[in-house]
Write a protein that binds this ligand. Structure first.
Ligand code: SF4
Ligand code: SF4
Ligand code: SF4
Length: 470
């Protein structure tokens, strides 16, 4: 079978979704198999302890925190089982504080990965020695997100409050490359490093990162008193980010975090982009949530409003019945976000609205756009988006279906529809492993050589015969 260039590019996602949702305000909650409101992505801050003390840290982590109040290993296991009973194929982000400070990190990761979750770890990278990288891999961790704010040690170390932090993190990135564990680079944007954006992206691409994520400030936690960029400056950075996203397409995914306004730029420019696979309205509380070190559930790490307490309630109860989630799912957006034609594909960052006004449904004042309010609502361009489920229309062999089920639930709908579209165009009556392999061969050349973390086999090798192919 031969590949054809007319096939649309296959979806490639990074760890946390930038901003997307699975349903419109007012849709009902359905966590059943194939339902639209599964928790597809859960970020778990396992500790407030950290060996660094960054200026912007949303969880105010630091070395002075002790283990008091942190969930024990057994409590983590119980909560994990509770989470995975709702969605075993979730993308689970184990983070902190610095999660490597927990010596049970690998046990927690292993329990989740062996139950079917795709597990990734968010770290400042300074403690990622060879032994930890190997033990994370052995536990089934599929990727690591590492923070690099600048390639200039003076800036990075001052921002992260740690002498030698950059040097340690860059050495860790080299070790990740050497040990073939996928990684993404995360950069927190400030006035001090905005001119370094293209250099950081070029460096991340050269190192072989799966993705580059640019974080825009949400003034919460220790970042509460910090000044982000002005709305006009944000607009300029988003335009630059889109231009970099286009330049590096097929080599490196580039995403904005806490700034879903990037989708407005994509749609205004009318360009092809992997970002169009996102629906996108901010996903917090819709298919994304966060668990604190003490077991509280909030809609997103940057939005501290507590939706429930997993030491007292089941995750399913919190997910389906919390008024905090209800408001995010069903409430009308206020201010300019409420009258904006991009409200369904952007919607603004709800955490920033909460930090700025105390109301998660208020407008996101970091956005420069002043919508007139009388324009037709802009809808997403692709019929299927991340987070949605797709029913299979063609026959899938048991092996192909098994391979599909290894893909995180978050992307499975998009992958299913793309594979079937591919098969239908060629007149194939069924999807088998060979069709899936052919789909993979049709991917842009760089991704077919270097698969992202969730498309690799469990041992991290992207072999033609063993790796999930789509
Ligand atoms: S931002 Fe990350 S590395 Fe920095 S203090 Fe917070 S948890 Fe630690
Ligand atoms: S006004 Fe709100 S919804 Fe519209 S583009 Fe700006 S942040 Fe997005
Ligand atoms: S609230 Fe902001 S930071 Fe949280 S998921 Fe939504 S866009 Fe991202």
């Amino acid at each position: 079978m031969t590949a054809a260039s007319s096939v649309p590019p296959l979806p490639v996602v990074d760890f946390p979704p930038t901003s997307s949702s699975t349903l419109s305000w007012g849709d009902t909650v359905d966590t059943s198999e194939g339902g639209t409101l599964l928790p597809h992505v859960v970020a778990w801050n396992l500790t407030r302890r950290c060996n660094l003390e960054c200026s912007h840290c949303y969880i105010s982590a630091g070395a002075w925190h002790g283990t008091e109040g942190e969930l024990s290993t057994e409590e983590c296991f119980r909560i994990l089982d509770d989470l995975l009973a709702v969605n075993p194929s979730m993308l689970l982000i184990l983070s902190g504080g610095e999660p490597l400070l927990r010596d049970d990190l690998e046990s927690i990761a292993e329990r989740a990965a062996s139950a079917g979750a795709t597990v990734v770890v968010g770290t400042n990278g300074t403690l990622l020695n060879e032994q930890r990288i190997e033990s994370l891999k052995a536990a089934g961790v599929r990727g690591v997100a590492v923070s690099v704010d600048s390639l200039n040690p003076t800036y990075h170390d001052r921002f992260r409050h740690g002498t030698g932090a950059l040097e340690a993190t860059l050495a860790a990135v080299d070790r990740l490359v050497q040990h073939e564990l996928d990684f993404i680079i995360q950069t927190s944007l400030t006035k001090g490093n905005r001119n370094e954006l293209s250099d950081l992206v070029a460096w991340a691409a050269e190192k072989g990162a799966v993705s580059f994520n640019l974080y825009f400030l949400v003034p919460t936690g220790r970042g509460e008193g910090m000044q982000g960029l002005t709305p006009g400056e944000n607009e300029e950075v988003l335009a630059e980010l889109l231009s970099l996203e286009q330049e590096y397409r097929g080599r490196l995914m580039i995403r904005s975090k806490c700034q879903p306004q990037l989708m407005r730029h994509v749609l205004e420019a009318g360009v092809e982009s992997g970002l169009l696979n996102y629906e996108t309205r901010c996903p917090c509380g819709v298919h994304y949530c966060r668990i604190t070190p003490e077991g509280k559930v909030t809609p997103c790490p940057y939005l501290p409003a507590v939706a429930g307490d997993l030491m007292r309630e089941s995750f399913l109860d919190v997910w389906t019945s919390s008024p905090v989630f209800g408001a995010l799912r069903e409430g009308e957006l206020g201010g300019k976000c409420g009258r904006c034609e991009y409200r369904e594909v952007c919607g603004g960052c709800r955490a920033r609205a909460y930090a700025q006004s105390g109301d998660p449904l208020a407008s996101d004042e970091s956005c420069v756009y002043d919508p007139p309010g009388d324009r037709p609502v802009v809808e997403r361009r692709r019929p299927m988006a991340y987070g949605q489920s797709a029913k299979t229309a063609l026959e899938w062999t048991p092996e192909a279906r098994q391979r599909l089920e290894r893909i995180p639930s978050f992307v499975r709908g998009v992958v299913t529809s793309r594979v079937e579209e591919f098969a239908r165009k060629r007149g194939y009556p069924a999807v088998d492993l060979e069709v899936m392999a052919e789909v993979r061969r049709s991917m842009p050349v760089d991704f077919s050589k270097k698969l992202p973390f969730f498309l690799r086999s469990a041992d991290g090798k992207a072999s033609q015969s063993e790796a999930p192919d789509v």
